[in-house]
Design a protein around this ligand. Structure first.
Ligand SMILES: Cc1cc2nc3c(=O)[nH]c(=O)nc-3n(C[C@H](O)[C@H](O)[C@H](O)COP(=O)(O)O)c2cc1C
Length: 159
């Protein structure tokens, strides 16, 4: 059996976009986490997925949410990524927000955003995989922030 260390795995993966996934728990509290596990699943119907570590203190709240929003961060939003990867209780303070389905917090000013209805929750060993049907997509002319081998990066034109 080949044992693949977590560090080796993440360093070998291709660059990923950086997103913030937000939702609202049944008590009406806003929740949000930085995630680069976001990916497309299906185009017709449009479906996406992301995964959250079972060790996350947000796990229970995301599990109970019926909707979530995925915000694709622009290349200048590294600080926002760090904020939602951290432990600050006031991470939504001062952000320009609107409200989506179920009152989920939708952050303005990102490169793209998807509002989704949770349709599946799969056991992914140390993560839970959330699959959502995409209800709305919005895009802005901003280049995405990237994450690769533990570091942030930016897109550079090949020519
Ligand atoms: C660039 C980046 C991408 C991340 N992607 C994920 C992810 O896809 N899934 C996940 O569970 N945590 C991911 N994290 C970690 C979470 O944002 C967060 O730090 C973690 O859930 C621990 O905090 P918590 O216990 O307060 O939830 C990522 C962090 C960074 C900086």
């Amino acid at each position: 059996m080949i044992h693949v260390a977590c560090v080796t795995l993440s360093a070998a993966l291709p660059p990923a976009g950086v997103t913030i996934v937000t939702a609202c728990n049944p008590e009406g509290e806003d929740i949000g986490r930085t995630a680069n596990s976001f990916s497309s699943v299906s185009l017709d119907p449009p479906m996406v997925l992301w995964s959250l570590a079972k060790t996350s203190i947000g796990q229970h709240d995301f599990h109970r949410a019926q909707h979530f929003a995925v915000h694709v961060l622009g290349e200048v939003q590294e600080t926002l990524s760090g904020l939602f990867a951290g432990k600050a209780a006031d991470r939504f303070d001062g952000l320009s927000l609107t409200r989506g389905a179920d009152g989920i917090p939708v952050i303005n000013g990102c490169a793209a955003r998807f509002e989704c209805r949770t349709v599946h929750r799969y056991d992914g060993r140390d993560h839970v995989i959330f699959v959502g049907e995409v209800l709305t997509v919005e895009r802005a002319p901003r280049r995405p922030l990237l994450f690769h081998a533990g570091r942030y990066g930016r897109l550079q034109a090949a020519d």
